[in-house]
Design a protein around this ligand. Structure first.
Ligand SMILES: NC(=O)C1=CN([C@@H]2O[C@H](COP(=O)(O)OP(=O)(O)OC[C@H]3O[C@@H](n4cnc5c(N)ncnc54)[C@H](O)[C@@H]3O)[C@@H](O)[C@H]2O)C=CC1
Ligand SMILES: O=C(O)[C@@H]1CCC=N1
Length: 267
């Protein structure tokens, strides 16, 4: 079995860890590392895996997952440089960090894969966009795809699309949670108990998402099915158009892609 080192035990590193364990990977094949030593030791113990300093964790791993913030990447890469073997696969989930950046800071010819995952990975419903580096072999790519498929769907795309992927699916859950909050508040405004409003909104989102996937229909068609002539839905949608909500989504997502580009240029 391949040994996996997860470097960075925060939101994404934790999601990768729990997904690997849920998929049946033996805890003995996983090592966790974070500069927050004590909480990481506790987290590792809870999951029955070991924790170790980053260089040591990387040294014994076939796959090294880099799950630190973009600004912490230079330090981490310097720390693990000497621990990366000729066969090691390095997978980075950091927004805006290119495969070229990683390759330039790792030993020559290191196989690198850049990934943009998202937090629904925590419930095995993630969306991961994967781009191969220059020295990534077909075996590396297959290993990365297999690992990422443990927590959701995987798409392999050219690296030039990573900024768009970050803006759409990487940050996407934040927009959906934001819309969810707004709809719950609207329910409370109309006098519903918060818990009731929450249940109604969550089931409606879940049902709508399931319909889009299962019917294969374009969302416009599904929206038309809800919108009776002169009815309630068109009254609400008219307000959303008046408040330029569609345009706001376009500019918001453009801003996220631009920020991803800035992060890749190092601010
Ligand atoms: N949170 C999200 O929705 C998503 C995050 N990402 C990317 O995942 C990466 C991690 O993000 P989060 O998990 O949200 O951040 P986080 O702040 O929850 O976790 C990062 C962890 O890295 C640790 N760390 C920092 N420097 C380190 C070092 N030198 N050695 C070992 N550990 C170190 C920190 O102590 C922290 O626990 C980022 O690069 C982000 O762009 C990608 C997609 C979605
Ligand atoms: O907000 C961020 O920078 C990270 C990358 C994608 C989602 N969260």
């Amino acid at each position: 079995m391949t040994r996996v080192a997860i470097l960075g035990a925060g939101v994404m590193g934790g999601a990768v860890l729990s997904a690997l364990l849920r998929s049946g990977r033996p805890p003995a094949d996983i090592v966790l590392s974070d500069r927050m030593v004590e909480p990481t030791r506790e987290l590792a113990q809870q999951h029955g895996v070991v924790s170790a300093p980053a260089a040591e964790a990387a040294q014994h791993a076939d796959i090294v997952v880099l799950a630190v913030k973009p600004q912490d990447m230079p330090d981490l890469l310097a720390t693990i440089h000497a621990s990366i073997g000729t066969e090691t696969l390095v997978i980075s989930v950091a927004a805006g960090i290119s495969t070229e950046y990683l390759e330039n800071r790792l030993p020559a010819n290191t196989g690198v894969v850049r990934v943009m995952p998202n937090t629904p990975a925590q419930v095995d419903q993630g969306m991961s966009i994967l781009s191969a580096g220059r020295h990534c072999t077909p075996k590396h790519l297959a290993q990365a795809e297999e690992l990422l498929a443990t927590f959701g769907r995987v798409l392999i795309l050219d690296e030039k699309h990573q900024h768009a992927a970050t803006a759409i699916s990487g940050s996407g859950p934040a927009y959906i949670f934001y819309v969810t909050e707004a709809m719950i508040e609207a329910g409370v405004l109309l006098g519903l108990p918060r818990q009731t409003a929450t249940e109604m909104v969550v089931q409606t989102l879940y049902g709508a998402a399931t319909m889009i996937r299962e019917t294969g229909e374009h969302p416009s068609i599904l929206r038309e099915q809800v919108s009776s002539p002169g009815g309630t839905s068109v009254a609400a949608l008219r307000q959303l158009e008046d408040h330029k909500v569609r345009a706001a989504f376009l500019t918001a997502i453009e801003a996220a892609a631009r920020r991803s580009q800035e992060l890749s240029e190092g601010d």
